[in-house]
Design a protein. Structure first.
Ligand SMILES: [Fe+2]
Length: 288
């Protein structure tokens, strides 16, 4: 059997053109991406869309995205990100009755790969988290399909360091990242973790596991500017191939002039995270 291959999309940020926070024409970008995907031979077995599917989380944007991806010609694994809403996704994409705000955790077997998707979103927050019940769910799923290689799909990447990062809005809450590491490290069946959120290509080996962050299809973080979050034009996608020896990711960037789209002070982002954390700890249902 041929090695399984897949497309990695992330941070699609579908939305309405009059959304003042969108800053780029994500529908036009997706048209370009899809025409590139159509050229891939042999056809990939599936696609992964690792969150921030929409910019505002409204059901109509999910319907628009469903129509746009209708012709992609392969199954798509969806995760949700901090710009998504669970309710909007469930209504607009899954066609469920309005109202459900349950985390969207799911798994499936595609082309001989066990793909496990975790919902790392915290409603209203930029950064991610994994709740205790989700860790329990993950441990159960990891015991399934013991003969198959596994890929994890999580919008927020784990925080990679051994100590808390002041910009922890960029990933999964530090203590949850440590717990995730405890569960995953030493397992040679985990072939990679596919992520988005930080809007630039970044490949890491974390406790022996490749953590693949894709640039995505919305806007690029200018990583050479570190005193603020500077967003510039830029988009691309990844093509993954899982050989018996391990995972390969090859990148397909779209041409870009890297013109500035927006710029955010880091202090604003840190203050937002602190506000959300404080509110969570003040709420009775989150009290220890
Ligand atoms: Fe995003």
């Amino acid at each position: 059997m041929a090695d399984p291959t897949f497309v990695h999309l992330t941070d699609l940020h579908f939305g309405e053109p009059d959304d003042p926070h969108l800053h780029s024409d994500t529908e036009a970008t997706m048209d370009q991406i899809l025409s590139n995907i159509a050229k891939i031979e042999p056809r990939p077995d599936f696609a992964i869309a690792s969150g921030d599917l929409t910019n505002a989380g409204d059901p109509q944007s999910y319907r628009k995205l469903t129509r746009a991806l209708d012709g992609i010609g392969m199954p798509v694994v969806y995760a949700i990100g901090n710009h998504d809403t669970r309710a909007g996704f469930r209504e607009g994409m899954l066609g469920e009755a309005p109202g459900s705000d349950m985390p969207y955790d799911h798994d499936q077997v595609l082309a001989g790969i066990h793909v496990i998707t975790l919902d790392s979103t915290v409603p209203g927050a930029i950064g991610g988290a994994i709740e205790p019940a989700q860790f329990d769910w993950l441990k159960t799923r990891l015991a399934d399909h013991a003969d198959l290689p596994k890929l994890l799909v999580i919008h927020h990447p784990p925080m990679l360091g051994e100590t808390q990062d002041p910009d922890f809005w960029r990933g999964i809450r530090f203590e949850d990242s440590l717990r995730l590491a405890e569960i995953l490290k030493g397992r040679d069946d985990i072939k990679g973790i596919l992520c988005g959120h930080i809007h630039h290509d970044r490949f890491s080996v974390w406790h022996g596991i490749p953590v693949i962050v894709g640039l995505g299809q919305h806007a690029a973080t200018d990583i050479l500017v570190t005193d603020r979050l500077r967003m510039v034009q830029g988009a691309g996608f990844g093509i993954g191939r899982l050989r018996p020896s391990g995972l390969t990711m090859a990148l397909v960037p779209l041409p870009s002039d890297r013109a500035e789209l927006n710029s955010y002070p880091l202090s604003m982002l840190r203050a937002h995270v602190e506000q959300v954390e404080a509110a969570a700890h003040a709420a009775p249902e989150h009290a220890d």
